[in-house]
Ligand binder design. Structure first.
Ligand code: ATP
Ligand code: MG
Length: 417
């Protein structure tokens, strides 16, 4: 019996994982420099949290969630995104009492039952941030600055930041009504999904990629023409802040985001390099969500980055190679050298050796194949004389090292270019 991974779910192998690791490191260091702390949220939650938090009429809740009953008959969902869980944790642990603004980041797998395609998986990874407790536009600017900084740090620069404003509790509902009335007069040109969305989530139609729908949305009323004074001023300050930081962006009036909870600033980072799956990060304000989920009024903003998509835009990073390969000839050599090897590794030296009992020639071949920088050859003679030969694998030059001083001499040698 042979098994295969589930459709749309993939392994990330050595050779691919290095870019992911670098992205994670860059994100952690940038986020922490902005004062964000990590939160580890659970992989599963009660279904109701996502249905409430993300919105019943969204793609995710309507058709993408992995939901099941556990053995107690409780309805459980594998998290399709991180925001609802972070907000749940924020309320549950009363984080609002610990600081006026709570700045959190998370990373890990998300699950959505989508049609698998290039760049679209059923288990995929996100790195996200949430800043809870302020509606000041400076936070929108900082969050976007952070996102830009991470992408810059990993060399993903051929991207576009698109921003929009969706209005607040005052001006969003009338805009939604206007939009609904407009789509009502164009129902025949909309796809089946959008005809349904027209009732439940008309703003989502703006996001549809079907040709007919795109023709209709191109002439749809813009949210920007319906902003109240406060939202307009807020949006202006966000744009001013981005300009002051010299962060390039364009205003995309069609950008709405598929999730229900967004208010005011919404944004997406896109690339032309990944075909149809062109969004590599997305987010926005959700000033009403914390209250919606039973917490105190807490204006908030966040984003999530698509790890696989960003990693695929990064330059391939090589798997680290051994600093030194110990070619040990026989058990007599392995026994005294093992403590030395362990000590070197403890000091951060990448040491490899042979585990299949090969002779000198086979071991040299392996050292070559692994791309070791040096090989240290130790056999019966070397043990007797107390000296071993260190071979530079690039220029084939050889030097003698005293075995008793290896843990000191070898790191010294490796520090030299
Ligand atoms: P899309 O329009 O591509 O479906 P989305 O609006 O559903 O994206 P979000 O929920 O905002 O995406 O998630 C943020 C980011 O996570 C996306 O910009 C994308 O890079 C990534 N992402 C979302 N769904 C998937 C998936 N199924 N596979 C891989 N990456 C994904
Ligand atoms: Mg989606």
């Amino acid at each position: 019996m042979r098994f295969q991974s589930i459709r749309g779910v993939k392994d990330i192998l050595p050779g691919e994982i290095e870019a992911v690791q670098r992205l994670e490191q860059a994100a952690r260091s940038v986020f922490e420099s902005f004062g964000f702390s990590e939160i580890r949220i659970p992989i599963f939650e009660v279904t109701e949290l996502f249905a409430r938090g993300i919105g019943a009429a969204t793609d995710i809740v309507e058709k993408e969630m992995y939901t099941f009953e556990d053995r107690d008959g409780k309805k459980i969902t594998l998290r399709p995104e991180g925001t609802a869980s972070v907000v749940r944790a924020y309320i549950e642990h009363q984080l609002n009492l610990k600081a006026p603004v709570t700045k959190l980041y998370y990373l890990g797998p998300m699950f959505r039952h989508e049609r698998p395609q290039a760049g679209r998986f059923r288990q995929f990874y996100q790195i996200g941030v949430e800043a809870l407790g302020t509606d000041r536009p400076v936070m929108d600017v900082e969050v976007l600055a952070m996102l830009t900084a991470v992408l810059n740090q990993v060399g993903v620069t051929a991207v576009q930041l698109e921003i929009n404003s969706l209005g607040d509790a005052a001006c969003r509902p009338p805009y939604r009504k206007t939009l609904k009335a407009y789509f009502k007069t164009h129902l025949a040109q909309l796809c089946e999904d959008c005809r349904r969305r027209h009732e439940t989530n008309p703003m989502r139609i703006m996001d549809c990629k079907q040709e007919g729908c795109m023709a209709v949305t191109a002439k749809a009323p813009s949210p920007l023409d319906h902003l109240c004074g406060e939202c307009m001023a807020h949006f202006q300050q966000v744009k001013d802040g981005l300009n002051r930081l010299k962060i390039p962006f364009i205003v995309n009036e069609r950008l709405v985001r598929g999730l229900d909870y967004y208010t005011r600033t919404a944004f997406e980072v896109t690339t032309t390099k990944l075909g149809a799956q062109n969004a590599i990060a997305a987010g926005g304000r959700y000033d009403g969500l914390v209250e919606e989920l039973g917490g105190p009024p807490t204006p908030s903003i966040g984003f999530a980055m698509g790890v696989e998509r960003i990693a695929s835009l990064m330059e391939r990073i090589e798997t680290p190679k051994p600093d030194v390969f110990f070619a040990l000839l026989g058990e007599e050599a392995v026994r005294p050298m093992l403590p030395v090897i362990v000590r070197l590794r403890g000091e951060g030296v990448r040491v490899e050796m042979d585990y299949s009992g090969g002779g000198l020639k086979k071991q040299m071949g392996l050292a070559d194949k692994l791309g070791a920088r040096y090989t240290l050859i130790i056999g019966e003679n070397e043990l007797k004389s107390g000296k071993a030969i260190l071979r530079n694998m690039a220029d084939k030059s050889q030097t003698e090292l005293s075995l008793s001083e290896l843990t000191q001499l070898l790191p010294e040698r490796l520090r030299k270019p």
